[in-house]
Design a protein around this ligand. Structure first.
Ligand code: CAA
Length: 383
């Protein structure tokens, strides 16, 4: 672990920060208020190459490393948590399994337009009866010769219905548990593939989230991702990487709230001096900064391990769990520093406080992160 970013990393940070400040910040309040997706901003991210950061140029990506990707998510989330997760769900959850398990033909057909920013990706794992226990998948894909017949539904799917390409998990062999689950690439627009209503969420309201409904959808055989029965492992491996994205999102939200709170504390005068210099608040700022620094090390070091193809499942779970826990604490402290002003609608810190909460819940609740971390240390519990 270098514990230091490179000039190239910091140049990318500047570029994404400028984009987020200029293109996302002015609309973030309205996106949140109206539950609206930042369509133009996402198109611009695509044109800048940012929808394919860690993938090779051969597939239309930028060919940069995982730390660069984490920095981009962090910088978007520093302004708007919803925009941060659009990038994270697209890159880590929707695109990565195609990159890692796809055939050359699948990569050419699906990964390349995703990296070029021509299309958006999503990941369909969660179901009503399969949340933390992803092995409870009930959606089925029945082999019909030249195609699979897909039936069932997926809930809480980030980027739906905006995404074009979905990696979907379904049972191909019933009654054999996780070994009976397979992964498929499913396109929006296929007959029988529909969406439920856009969820009305507490936070990250600029990211779209909807249900996927499959009613006798014919999935061509060539859209099986990996081998039959490999789906659960593909999902777990994808989530290992996805958690770096959510950790970066949490870090960005916390950093955004911290930056606002520090500026405010230096300006706001009470008892004859800026409140920043009241010890109660200066100590709070010191604690917030320490938590941010620790979270940043966890996030970048997990990204670095993944980049170097070293084991990183435990470290990405630690990064996700810690960064999201401190995101709640730091946004709460930022709100406290703002006092009654921060509690008002239209204040960025109020939106960030709401945006932070989901990072402790999705891509595995923080209780599940602890299950993952403990299983790396102690082994899997006896069944
Ligand atoms: N990589 C590869 N394989 C893995 C793996 C990993 N990280 N973790 C487990 N596996 C394999 C195991 O080796 C095992 O294989 P064998 O049967 O061949 O030995 C198999 O998978 C089953 O493993 P477990 O028995 O450990 O699995 P489990 O049923 O006990 O579940 C769990 C483990 C960690 C709790 C898992 O269910 C889990 O991660 N749950 C959380 C699901 C989750 O994160 N959902 C988020 C949805 S996406 C989302 O939220 C996106 C968004 O909106 C942005």
């Amino acid at each position: 672990m270098l514990f230091k970013t490179t000039q190239q990393h910091e140049a990318l940070r500047e570029k994404v920060r400028k984009f987020a400040e200029e293109e996302v910040k002015p609309i973030a309040f309205l996106l949140d208020k109206e539950n609206d997706f930042p369509k133009e901003a996402v198109e611009k991210l695509g044109k800048m190459g940012l929808l394919g950061i860690p993938y090779s140029k051969e597939y239309g990506g930028m060919g940069l490393d995982m730390i660069s990707y984490a920095i981009a998510v962090e910088e978007l989330a520093r302004i708007d948590g919803g925009t941060g997760v659009i990038l994270s769900a697209h890159t880590s959850l929707g695109s990565w399994p195609i990159f890692a398990f796809g055939t050359e033909a699948q990569k050419q057909k699906y990964l390349t337009p995703l990296c070029r920013g021509e299309k958006l990706a999503a990941f369909g794992l969660t179901e009503t009866n399969a949340g933390s226990d992803a092995s409870g998948t009930e959606t089925t894909a029945v082999d019909k010769g030249s195609y699979y017949l897909l039936n069932g539904s997926k809930i809480f799917i980030t980027n739906a219905p905006k995404a074009d390409t979905y990696v979907v998990f379904a049972v191909t062999t019933p009654d054999i548990g996780t070994h009976g689950i397979s992964a498929f690439i499913v396109e929006k627009g296929w007959k029988g593939f529909e969406f439920g209503d856009h969820y009305d969420k507490m936070g990250i309201r600029s990211s779209s989230t909807a249900e996927l409904i499959f009613n006798n959808v014919k999935v061509p055989k060539e859209n099986l991702l990996g081998k039959e029965g490999q789906g659960f492992k593909i999902a777990m491996a994808t989530l290992d990487g996805g958690r770096i994205g959510i950790a970066a999102q949490a870090l960005g939200i916390a950093q955004g709230a911290f930056d606002l709170a520090v500026d405010y504390a230096k300006e706001r005068v009470q008892f004859g001096k800026p409140i920043a210099f009241q010890q109660a608040l200066s100590f709070k700022v010191a604690d917030m900064a320490t938590k941010l620094r620790a979270a940043r090390f966890l996030v970048y070091s997990a990204a670095e391990l993944k980049e170097n193809q070293e084991p990183y499942g435990m470290e990405s779970a630690m990064a996700k769990q810690y960064a999201s826990d401190i995101a709640l604490e730091v946004t709460n402290d930022a709100m406290q520093i703002f006092g009654g002003t921060g509690y008002l609608k239209g204040m960025e810190v109020e939106r960030m406080y709401r945006d932070a909460k989901i990072t402790t819940i999705y891509e595995g609740t923080n209780e599940i992160q602890r299950v993952v971390i403990a299983s790396h240390i102690l082994g899997r519990p006896p069944k």
